[in-house]
Design a protein around this ligand. Structure first.
Ligand SMILES: N[C@@H](CCC(=O)N[C@@H](CS)C(=O)NCC(=O)O)C(=O)O
Length: 290
């Protein structure tokens, strides 16, 4: 992998990474041009190469380079871009202090913050339900090469162990997966209650919260929880999701970056069926008395 910094903005990311999708949506909304560099994850381990570690010591995607200077973490990148480009009509945070506090609370609930354990908020639960696909992808690699890469090169111990376990088992442990399903039930119910019927955006005006929710809802579709978003049980979510999908950034940053290996895994795991844990999802929704 050759690193050269000749563009004002360069993004190192992966097509189906939630955090990369968030940043690409932001760049697209702000109409900022950038050079994209694909970094392979589970099926190749490119993110663990020395050259990538130089720009992201945690070996996570995405990394945005601005004039060669690396910025990490999707939410920090959005914050940075919002301060960099104030000319555009799109602002992801608000100048109104009260409104901004409310936006940041939502961000904490929806984001992929490493200080939050997987499954503890909506964002990390959605990352958790993706482990069926991640396990399928990591199993493309020989066991010894995964053991070497994740024990020697991955700087985040907790994650390294999860990936090694998935490589050995060939799937996420069932009890853990159910925790993630429970987390998404909580998340969808929470969003349904927050939204007004026919609300286009969650805070009235389009904000970072809508960017993150576009990405999380898209992942529910990919992991075969698609009927949840079209269900009459969640009328507000249903109409909100239809509004989100209409934004050009959704096509530009998510649909246009679909990874073939994900499409293959999705077909292999689910075909045209719903997620095998869909009934557990609905039982969790009933438990929450919606
Ligand atoms: N808080 C970070 C999380 C970044 C993150 O977890 N990225 C995932 C892909 S969405 C990744 O790099 N996974 C590879 C790994 O953990 O080995 C952000 O929002 O950017």
């Amino acid at each position: 992998m050759q690193l050269n910094f000749e563009y004002e903005f360069e993004l190192y990311g992966y097509g189906e990474s939630l955090a990369s999708q968030i940043v690409r949506m932001c760049l697209s909304e702000k109409e900022l041009k950038y050079k994209n560099h694909r970094i392979g994850l589970e099926s190749t381990g490119e993110h663990l190469h020395k050259s990538y570690k130089k720009i992201n010591p945690k070996c996570l995607v995405p990394t945005l380079l601005h004039n060669g200077c690396p910025i990490h973490d999707s939410v920090k990148i959005i914050d940075y871009l919002d301060n960099y480009d104030t000319s555009n009509a799109i602002r992801f945070f608000s100048d109104d202090v009260k409104k901004n506090v409310a936006i940041r609370e939502l961000v904490r609930e929806f984001s992929l913050d490493e200080s939050i354990s997987v499954g503890e908020n909506f964002g990390t639960s959605v990352a958790g339900i993706s482990t069926q696909i991640l396990a399928h992808l990591i199993c493309k690699r020989p066991l010894l090469s995964v053991l070497w890469d994740y024990t020697v090169k991955h700087p985040i111990r907790e994650r390294a162990l999860i990936f090694i376990l998935m490589r050995i088992l060939g799937k996420p442990p069932s009890f853990k997966y159910r925790q993630f399903v429970s987390g998404i039930a909580n998340g969808v119910v929470y969003v349904e209650k927050l939204l007004d019927l026919d609300a286009e955006y969650i805070m009235g005006e389009y904000s970072v919260a809508d960017v993150i929710l576009s990405v999380l809802f898209h992942r529910l579709e990919i992991t075969a929880f698609h009927k949840v978003l079209a269900s009459e049980k969640f009328p507000n979510v249903k109409s909100y999701w239809n509004s989100l999908k209409k934004r050009p950034s959704y096509t530009e940053a998510i649909i246009n970056f679909e990874e073939e290996e994900w499409t293959d895994s999705k077909t292999h795991l689910y075909g045209a069926q719903e997620n095998p844990e869909i009934e557990y999802f609905w039982s969790e929704v009933d438990r929450l008395k919606v």
